[in-house]
Design a binder for this molecule. Structure first.
Ligand SMILES: [Zn+2]
Length: 136
C-alpha cells in the first residue's frame, strides 16, 4: 500500500484538528494520533494526563486501544502529530505497542502542527524488536 501526497496531507490535517482535545494541563504538550486499520476504519486518540503523572496515557496507545475495542487486527496507517518544531517521535513504550499491531507494510507518519512530516516503518522506529514471533 502507498499513499499519495494529498492523502498524507489530508490525514495530517485531520489529526492536527485533534490536538485541541488533548488533556494536557500539566505539560501543555498535546499529541494526537489517527489510525487507519486493516478494514479502512479510522480511530483517534489524544494524550490524557493525570495529576498522578505516571498514569498519563499517550495518544498513540489511546488510538490503538480504541481501535482494538472496535475489532482492529492490524494498523494500516498511523499518523502522529504534536506541537513540535519537527515531526513528532513516539516514545519507546508506544513503539513497542505499535509493533504489536504492525507489519512491514504499516505506514507510520510522524508529523507536526505545520504539516511537516516524515514516513517511517516500525522496523525503522524499533529495530530488532521483541514481538510475538519471539515467543514461538
Ligand atoms: Zn508514547
Amino acid at each position: 500500500m502507498s499513499l499519495n501526497e494529498n492523502e498524507i496531507l489530508s490525514y495530517i490535517n485531520e489529526v492536527n484538528l485533534l490536538l485541541k482535545n488533548a488533556y494536557v494541563p500539566y505539560s501543555q504538550f498535546p499529541v494526537a494520533a489517527l489510525l487507519i486499520d486493516d478494514n479502512g476504519c479510522k480511530h483517534k486518540g489524544v494524550n490524557v494526563e493525570n495529576a498522578s503523572f505516571g498514569l498519563t496515557i499517550c495518544a498513540e496507545r489511546n488510538a490503538i486501544t480504541t481501535a482494538i475495542t472496535e475489532n482492529m487486527k492490524k494498523i494500516k496507517v498511523l499518523v502522529i502529530t504534536g506541537n513540535t518544531p519537527e515531526p513528532i517521535s513516539p516514545c519507546g513504550a508506544c513503539r513497542q505497542v505499535i509493533r504489536e499491531f504492525s507489519d512491514k507494510d504499516t505506514i507510520i507518519i510522524l508529523a507536526n502542527k505545520d504539516n511537516k512530516y516524515k514516513i517511517a516503518s516500525i522496523e525503522e522506529l524499533l529495530p530488532y524488536s521483541f514481538s510475538a514471533e519471539n515467543l514461538e
